[in-house]
Design a protein. Structure first.
Length: 296
């Protein structure tokens, strides 16, 4: 629905729209590159790198005039970031597609219909109702390698905000993991605690021990499902070694899954069904006790 909304406004200057993405559980060292940007001159401007990665999106959907990237996490920089970059989306634009905002004509070009503004912010905070009151509501939330099943991390508050905090609509999400096993475990966990309505068919087959051959290069997409799962074609190619096991190799963010979180309506429906089932079981148990000759 959001994609259709952006397509219908394409080219209409008077109805330009913003796209807001929340990166949840972000940290200065990982998502904002930490000391890496200080030791590599070619990579020191992480903000322009993010803007550069969004050129295709901004060029495809001309209806987007502003993209808000909001990084939220307790390990974000102690001083909140607020950076603005200008993406040139016109085919005839200058060879530098991303403007760092210092060019004197950057603001002027912003309103000529051939550019998109990327606003990058960070907030050193847990993802909760308090921080949501300070920032724009998300069109999409992203988690990079969150480790939902790891006992050292507590995700229930952030996920409750995603599923129960917005009564108007269900929140789309994208989540990456380093390994296929992590992705499957995370999906099982999210389904168990009712943050998602269903498992992707491929994952359900694996979980249920069905012998189904699947091509790892093909993602599990379905028009009827609310969740997809597959390899992340945009991950890097560098193979890393785990610090736990010598033969445990992985590529960062190699697997990806996403879809729609459960909404208030779905959660309430499930709670109602559980309540009805509980009452039925209670009545059946009561009848059995009354009809049991040993208890009379």
């Amino acid at each position: 629905m959001r994609q259709s909304d952006l397509e219908t406004t394409s080219g209409e200057q008077q109805s330009k729209k913003s796209l807001t993405v929340h990166i949840i559980g972000a940290s200065e060292e990982a998502e904002l590159w930490g000391e890496f940007k200080l030791s590599h001159a070619s990579c020191k401007d992480v903000y322009s790198a993010y803007a550069d990665a969004l050129i295709e999106l901004a060029s495809t959907y001309n209806g987007i005039s502003t993209i808000n990237l909001i990084f939220v996490g307790p390990n974000c920089p102690s001083k909140d970031v607020h950076e603005v970059r200008i993406i040139q989306t016109d085919k005839d634009a200058n060879e530098h597609d991303v403007d760092d905002g210092s060019h004197k004509n950057a603001k002027k070009r912003k309103y000529e219909g051939s550019s998109c503004e990327v606003v990058i912010q960070s907030h050193r905070s847990n993802y909760d109702k308090e921080v949501l009151n300070k920032i724009p509501m998300p069109d999409l939330v992203v988690f990079f390698n969150p480790g939902f099943t790891c006992q050292d991390y507590k995700w229930s508050e952030a996920l409750d905000v995603c599923t129960k905090g917005n009564t108007a609509r269900r929140i789309p999400f994208l989540i990456t993991t380093n390994t296929e096993m992590e992705a499957i475990s995370d999906l099982q966990w999210l389904h168990q605690y009712e943050y998602i309505d269903e498992l992707p068919a491929m994952v359900a087959d694996i979980v249920n021990d069905d012998i189904v051959d699947h091509d790892a290069d093909i993602a599990d997409y379905s028009d009827t499902d609310n969740v997809f799962f597959g390899e992340n074609q945009n991950s890097g190619s560098r193979v890393r070694q785990s610090g736990n096991m010598a033969n445990d190799l992985f590529v960062k963010n190699r697997w990806i899954y996403g879809g729609l979180f459960s909404g208030n309506e779905q959660i309430e429906e499930k709670s109602e069904k559980k309540s009805i089932e509980k009452k039925k079981k209670s009545k059946l148990s009561s009848k059995k006790k009354k009809s049991n000759a040993a208890l009379m």
